[in-house]
Design a protein around this ligand. Structure first.
Ligand code: FAD
Ligand code: SIN
Length: 549
């Protein structure tokens, strides 16, 4: 088996992975594995922007309070403080790397300051953006820097399968358990290779693809979470899948996001009768926190039997809309919707996983040698519900904190000298069965959408759990007998993440943030009083632990 060694092994080429690679490249040899093209990621699709306190009238305290309020009593205050306070420095990192943000111009058309927009749950304008394609601008710029950097090797089409724990390298190894690297499928050759690093970092992103309808890219299958779980790390809070209220509703497009920034610029949600309904549910109307907007839309659709609601932008200036939201404007137009003239049909979809691999604010997991950063991690920043545009910020802050930790210890660490155990290729292979794989994918995703969606109940969750146990057994069977293929690897991962999400949801005996269960209809109102920074003492993380294989 081909075995390669480096100082820092990063799995994932989204914002978290690229930012860490750039920060570590002066200290050692960095290898990044990316399971498809390096551009394929949630980062590249991010629209709204990045939250940071930049305006004079805003304050860190405001951003902290907004994050805690959205998080419904479950945020970790020290993490929120750390990330919010360093946000302006992380924006400066982006500017130094060459990222552009939209700017405001004065009367003389001189560039004045970075333009700040608003999104749900933010009490001030504090979202830096580049048109409606912030993620693409950030990702494009960092990727260029990475590709130019001689100390970083970026390998596309390399699918990380399972972490290598030192016991797998040498069964007689008496050293403490440590992650030393990963097995990875080279999708071009079909061979499994081993990559060993002094430190291994999971930056594999989210798991929207566990659900039938999602805003996420097609590879958001929770691979890092499933890998960490199989290796014995603790996984936390998977019941908190955030549903974005507004994805385009069109038979040919169910995963295109209609950014919350449209509501930040005056967009109004209306139902099929043309009624602006959000004020019935929350004083902030269409700009209420995401969980409330998504649940209200779900309720309106169920009440009327309509397939969608609408986002009305027609009262805004048409030229402003075309300039401020060029990608959304042209995407809608492709489907025959001119958003300057007609309300946009929208529905909620799975968007962001607040839970993940349990880490501290620098990405350290339970397993020495293994870090997890970005959406795949659960630091406690988001608690039970993420504040809009805090996740790109989290990627940057975690990459920065992780680089400090790694920078301090890299010189004292050694990359594993033993070669890992050979990969065992199953003998059986039947390509006709690929259709079964896609049926199982579809079954899991539909099951999660129908039974583990915006509104849950114990009965629905139990039904989902029962069905998932059977599917998991079938998936295991396929995995161990089938020729290795990325579709099976992803199926195995979504089956595990779906099952863990249901287990977490069943263990939470309350409704909180984005987890809403009809059997516990009381939603605790966690009022954060002026100047007080606290979480709800009754709120607990839901933590799952798996022993080493
Ligand atoms: P990603 O950017 O998803 O990158 C994951 C990487 O891991 C990819 O390169 C992938 O190929 C790789 N990978 C995964 N599994 C494997 C494997 N097994 N082997 C090898 N490589 C693997 N957040 C905001 O803050 N502001 C926004 O405006 C915003 N808008 C959004 C809009 C959309 C449509 C979506 C989907 C999300 C949005 N988010 C936004 C959320 C935000 O984009 C993500 O949380 C963030 O980009 C995650 O970055 P990441 O680096 O953790 O993961
Ligand atoms: C959006 O643009 O609505 C997405 C913002 C986010 O998910 O943070």
């Amino acid at each position: 088996m081909k075995t390669r060694r480096c100082d820092v092994l990063i799995i994932g080429s989204g914002l978290a992975g690229l930012a860490l690679a750039l920060k570590m490249s002066s200290q050692g040899k960095v290898v990044i594995l990316s399971k498809e093209k390096a551009t394929d990621s949630n980062t590249d699709m991010a629209q709204g922007g990045i939250a940071a306190v930049m305006a004079r009238e805003d304050s860190f305290e405001n951003h902290i309070q907004d994050t805690l309020t959205a998080g419904a009593g479950l945020c970790k205050v020290e993490v929120v403080e750390n990330f919010v306070n360093q946000a302006p420095d992380r924006i400066q990192d982006l500017l130094n790397w060459g990222v552009h943000f939209d700017v405001r111009r004065g009367v003389d058309n001189e560039e004045n300051s970075i333009d700040l927009t608003r999104e749900g749950g933010h009490s001030f304008r504090r979202i830096l953006h580049f048109e409606d394609q912030t993620g693409h601008e950030v990702h494009r710029t960092l990727l260029k820097r990475v590709r130019e950097n001689p100390n970083i090797e970026l390998l596309e089409n390399h699918f990380a399968i399972d972490l290598i724990i030192n016991k797998q390298v040498n069964t007689y190894d008496m050293s403490p358990t440590r992650c030393v690297g990963t097995y990875s499928l080279n999708k071009t050759t079909g061979e499994v290779e081993a990559f060993l690093g002094k430190s291994t970092v999971l930056a594999t992103g989210g798991a929207g693809k566990v659900y039938l309808y999602t805003s996420n890219w097609s590879g958001a299958t929770g691979d890092g979470i499933a890998m960490a779980y199989r290796a014995g790390a603790r996984i936390s809070n998977l019941e908190f899948m955030q549903f974005h209220p507004t994805c385009l509703y069109h038979p040919e497009a169910r995963n295109f996001l209609i950014s919350e920034a449209l509501r930040g610029e005056g967009g109004e949600l209306i139902n099929s009768q043309g009624e602006a309904f959000m004020r019935k549910y929350h004083p902030l109307g269409s700009l209420a926190p995401r969980d409330i907007v998504a649940r209200s839309i779900d309720g309106e659709m169920k009440k009327s039997g309509a397939h969608c609601v609408f986002l009305d932008m027609t009262k805004q200036d048409a030229e402003f809309l075309k300039k401020r939201f060029p990608a959304i404007y042209s995407k809608c137009l492709e489907y025959g919707i001119d958003m300057t003239k007609t309300p946009i049909p929208v529905v909620p979809a799975a968007h962001y996983l607040c839970g993940g691999v349990l880490t501290d604010m620098s990405g350290r997991t339970d397993i020495p040698g293994l870090l997890a950063i970005g959406e795949t991690a659960c630091t406690g920043l988001h608690g039970a519900n993420r504040l809009a545009s805090n996740s790109l910020l989290e990627c940057l802050c975690m990459a920065h904190n992780a680089s400090n930790v790694l920078g301090n210890e890299l010189n004292d660490l050694k990359v594993c000298e033993h070669d890992p155990k050979e990969w065992h290729y199953p003998e059986e292979s039947n390509d006709d069965e690929m259709i079964v794989i896609s049926h199982m994918w579809e079954e899991i995703r539909r099951l999660m959408w129908n039974y583990v969606g915006i509104v849950r109940s114990n009965k629905r969750l139990e039904r989902a759990q029962h069905r998932l146990k059977n599917i998991l057994n079938e998936v295991r069977e396929y995995y161990s007998h089938f020729k290795i293929h990325s579709d099976i690897l992803e199926l195995r991962n979504i089956a595990i993440v779906a099952d863990l999400s249901v287990t977490c949801a069943l263990r939470r005996h309350e409704s909180r943030g984005i987890h809403y269960n009809l059997d516990y209809p009381f939603v605790p109102q966690v009022k954060v009083l002026d100047g007080e920074r606290r979480t709800d003492p009754k709120a607990k993380d839901t933590i799952l632990l798996r022993g080493l294989r």
